[in-house]
Design a binder for this molecule. Structure first.
Ligand code: PMV
Length: 358
């Protein structure tokens, strides 16, 4: 257990208050796949923080004899997510003991549909961690740096990739010699990037909005006895160094090669685990093929990436947005469930909407 994130309660903790944050989702370029307890990644990862896909969460808290939680999702009382949040709260009890002195009402809503197949755990858990650790920031006068580090640490305990959502543009999680200050326990921000990436676009083609047949938790576990795991972890470590240079130089064709290799390696790990499984759907492959054709014909710097699901993320620079959106409307929309896609782009990270303590 990490002592440095323990915290004592004192009389400065507020009697009651309200805090509201928004926190975005993220899309990994170098993928995290494989972990050991508790949520320690088997390899480092790096992601773009998104802008439009985010969770807005508020907490209203008041000192109480006995700890209790209430949860409202999209304005309605929700029991199934409450169980997940209780498991998360139990996991962070050593680090945020002050939570247990309050009655807490959580209200949360996403800008993207729950059933879209877009993981809401990264934005959802980071938004909640931001609200909870804000109480500690107020009582213990944490600096911004201490605050974000602790929030990232707490978010990681809820959902590994959530720890990267705390920082704008790019989050790096997992210890790596080329990234100063990197850690397995929390993410850091990475800012040494070419301006082209500040406004990079991510259009998410919604191929399959259903629930995944295999959860990420099961997939991560299957890496433990995977015949190719050590090769994969070495590759990811090497990709971190290469990507660091590419992000700095802005070489988009090198970017494309590395990002697509990462996405396809992630899915090839799934296809070669025991038991094996496939999360891509026929339309996922049709989109990939079409993008490769379009890229060859028109010399457009556009590429795909995938998370643990069938949806396809199209990554491209802002200056070709109009052209790409017309290609999507003309050639790709047929592969999307109900012709749905989400236009997102690289964003600046979480936002504090409101805080009040008494
Ligand atoms: O954070 P988890 O346990 O949902 O795992 C995320 C795994 C990937 O999305 C496939 C890769 C990543 O680094 O985000």
């Amino acid at each position: 257990m990490t002592k440095k994130f323990h915290c004592a309660t004192n009389s400065n903790f507020p009697l009651k208050g309200n805090v509201k944050w928004t926190s975005p989702s993220n899309i990994a370029l170098v993928k995290y796949w494989g972990k050991r307890p508790v949520q320690i990644p088997a390899n480092p990862s790096l992601s773009f923080t998104l802008k439009n896909c985010f969770t807005e969460t508020s907490i209203e808290f008041e000192k109480a004899e006995k700890f209790s939680l209430e949860l409202y999702v999209d304005g309605k009382k929700n029991k199934s997510f409450l169980n997940k949040i209780e498991t998360f709260i139990d996991r962070i009890k050593e680090y945020c003991p002050y939570i247990f002195h309050y009655h807490i009402k959580i209200k949360t809503t996403n800008t993207f549909p729950h059933s879209s197949g877009i993981a809401s755990s990264a934005s959802g858990l980071s938004a909640l961690a931001l609200c909870l650790v804000s109480i500690e920031k107020k009582a213990l006068n944490l600096s911004d740096e201490e605050f974000y580090k602790k929030v990232s640490f707490i978010s990681r305990l809820g959902s590994g990739s959530a720890c990267r959502s705390i920082y704008g543009s790019i989050g790096v999680w997992g210890e790596h010699a080329s990234f100063n200050g990197s850690s397995d326990e929390y993410a850091i921000s990475f800012t040494d990037i070419s301006p082209v990436f500040h406004s990079y676009q991510d259009t998410i083609l919604l191929v399959d909005k259903g629930k995944k047949e295999i959860s990420s938790t099961v997939g991560h576990d299957l890496m433990n006895n995977h015949p190719y795991s050590s090769l994969r972890y070495n590759q990811a470590n090497n990709h971190m160094v290469q990507l660091k240079n590419i992000l700095k130089s802005g070489d988009l064709f090198e970017f494309i090669k590395l990002v697509e290799k990462e996405a396809l390696t992630l899915h090839s790990m799934m296809m070669t685990s025991d038991p094996y499984f496939i999360l891509m759907k026929p339309n996922t492959l049709s989109i990939i093929q079409k993008i490769w054709e379009i890229r060859a014909e028109r010399k457009l710097p556009i590429c795909i990436t995938l998370d643990a699901g069938a949806n396809v993320h199209l990554l491209y620079p802002n200056n070709i947005k109009t052209e790409v959106l017309s290609v999507i409307e003309k050639d790709l929309i047929v592969y999307c469930e109900n012709e749905q896609y989400i236009c997102d782009e690289v964003g600046n990270g979480p936002k504090l909407i409101m805080e009040h303590y008494a």
